[in-house]
Design a protein around this ligand. Structure first.
Ligand code: ATP
Length: 521
């Protein structure tokens, strides 16, 4: 639903959730800045993940590793050699595409040949084909024309200039030098080639560009910092298997084609757990972690029925993984991965043991067994989860007002624990000094405990709407009753209006902190 997505992107910008990075300079592709409300939302997600993962569990420890990464770490892990995506060039738009963004289809290849001299035979200069999708019956002439056009371009690129060009044949078999044209997307793409996704940099003042010792990388995942610190954490915490190490932090991938808002960016944040265990427990723990993670998504407002669990089949998993589940979410632009739960065996620790020449073994005091631990990795994307929470929360409701007229309400149904603003505080009348004073006092009491927002401008209905649009679960209004104008019983109480039901209730000012904490933690 592209229209829904457009509305969400526009709200994110208008209300200060997410901005394009360096927008005044035309934007930095694949990078995003979180505005005031987005920063709160993202922080709430990370804090909640950390609380559930690290603080509330005895068997997981936290880590915060460096982003700049030693080249040997990523050589051992296989990233230097093989962290790449197959990339194609679209000859028409000059865009670069990931090969998996191109629909696999069958088609017809048109071979063209060129002759150097008009009166010679059609001795082939260079065979070249353009594979046209789908069936040539759809628009044969156009397909041939495009094929011919790109054959000419190809010859030009090769610095050949034949006098004649002619269609030499047609085939539906894949052929060499084939370019794929897809009329549905209008793309004409080259054969895929591997493109390494890592950001490389130079370290040290005296380093020359080609000094291999000066090469460092921005980490492409947080996981490797955990593996190389396995022994440090084990020794300093005296944990016993099974136990985990968790980390939240930035990762960088030079994605070929960043797209779908923040979904695929070049700079993003991950929330990763490496859960180390005995080899016998790996498969069972993978299933248990899948359930645990699904539960977590429910707790931040992403319901089970919007999640799809993909049990990644043999041949599609990373070669070292014995089991992988992708947790996917129904985004408006399609069902896409939020998190991977992968059983990575002893691959990573084993590689570092070999490459660094340092033991990564664990000694079990009870069984006297010595082995390299296996690991189960629930690896979630922070930005993707924020995007999923935003997409899930966005709603347009049609309401009937007091005058019987229909009106639209845009509301973000954020789970209160992740909502950027927990409560908005209003004096009913800005002119009432007493109401303003009390409202400001409530703000001062609550602001050390949670993010609250004071607003006195405009009609109270307008103020409610503004808060609905950013997903504030509770609006607190200081009114005449608060001042005791309507009798002693309601004195020192406020109106609390609920975002989703729009119902109101009265709560004593003294009870506000506990009342709110209970409902937003
Ligand atoms: P994809 O197939 O979508 O590129 P991946 O399988 O390569 O993802 P992993 O390497 O398993 O992703 O990374 C774990 C998580 O990190 C992903 O599930 C995702 O939430 C997040 N992530 C990975 N790449 C990006 C990106 N470019 N932008 C935002 N989040 C990302």
């Amino acid at each position: 639903d592209p229209e829904r997505m457009e509305k969400i992107v526009s709200l994110c910008k208008r209300r200060g959730f997410i901005f394009q990075s360096a927008e005044i300079y035309g934007g930095l592709n694949g990078c995003w800045d979180y505005g005031p409300l987005g920063a709160e939302l993202k922080k709430n997600l990370k804090d909640y993940w950390w609380r559930r993962t690290v603080r509330e569990r005895d068997d997981i420890e936290g880590l915060d590793g460096s982003i700049l990464t030693h080249r040997e770490v990523l050589t051992a892990s296989g990233h230097v050699g093989g962290f790449s995506d197959p990339m194609c060039d679209d000859l028409l738009t000059k865009e670069r595409l990931r090969a998996d963004q191109i629909e696999p289809q069958t088609g017809v290849a048109y071979h063209y040949t060129g002759a150097s001299y008009p009166d010679t035979d059609w001795s082939v200069e260079r065979p070249y084909s353009v594979l046209i999708y789908p069936d040539q019956n759809q628009d044969e002439n156009k397909a041939r024309k495009i094929a011919k056009q790109y054959y000419s371009q190809f010859l030009k690129d090769q610095q050949l200039s034949p006098k004649k060009i002619q269609l030499a044949g047609e085939t539906s078999e894949p052929v060499e030098n084939t370019t794929r044209y897809n009329p549905a997307t209008g793309s004409l793409v080259t054969e895929p080639r591997e493109f390494n996704l890592m950001f490389k940099t130079q370290m040290g003042a005296s380093s020359s560009e080609d000094d291999p010792n000066a090469v460092a990388y921005l980490r492409p995942e947080t996981a490797q910092t955990i593996f190389v610190n396995f022994k440090n954490v084990l020794e300093t915490t005296r944990q016993k298997l099974p136990f985990g190490i968790a980390q939240i932090g930035k990762a960088f991938r030079n994605e070929i084609n960043p797209r779908n808002f923040t979904f695929r960016s070049r700079e993003f944040e991950q929330m990763e757990i490496e859960f180390f265990c005995h080899p016998d427990d790996g498969l069972r723990l993978t299933d248990e972690w899948l359930e645990e993670r699904i539960k977590f998504y429910g707790e931040i407002g992403i319901p089970r029925e919007k999640l799809h669990i993909l049990d990644v089949p043999d041949g599609e998993r990373a070669h070292y993984s014995k089991k992988t589940y992708d947790i996917e979410y129904e985004f408006p632009f399609g069902i896409q991965e939020l998190e991977g739960v992968a059983y990575r065996t002893d691959y990573d620790l084993g590689k570092h043991q070999d490459h660094a020449g340092k033991t990564m073994e664990y000694f079990d005091e009870q069984t006297k067994e010595k082995f390299i631990p296996h690991v189960v990795e629930p690896s979630a994307g922070c930005d993707r989860t924020v995007l999923a929470m935003i997409c899930e929360a966005y709603d347009e409701e049609t309401l009937t007002n007091e005058k019987g007229k229909e009106e639209k309400r845009t509301v973000m149904h954020f789970e209160p624990r992740i909502a950027p603003i927990k409560a908005a505080i209003f004096p009913l009348l800005k002119k009432s000094e007493e109401q303003v004073r009390i409202a400001r006092e409530i703000e001062a009491t609550l602001s050390p405990l949670m993010n609250v927002f004071y607003d006195e401008s405009g009609a109270v209905g307008r103020r409610y709407r503004r808060q609905d649009e950013v997903g504030t679960p509770f609006c607190i209004t200081v009114d005449f009753e608060t001042l005791g104008d309507e009798g002693e019983e309601l004195k020192d109480t406020v109106t609390i209006r609920h975002r989703d039901s729009m119902e109101q209730e009265r709560v004593a000012i003294s009870e506000l902190p506990v009342w709110l904490i209970k409902r937003t933690r």
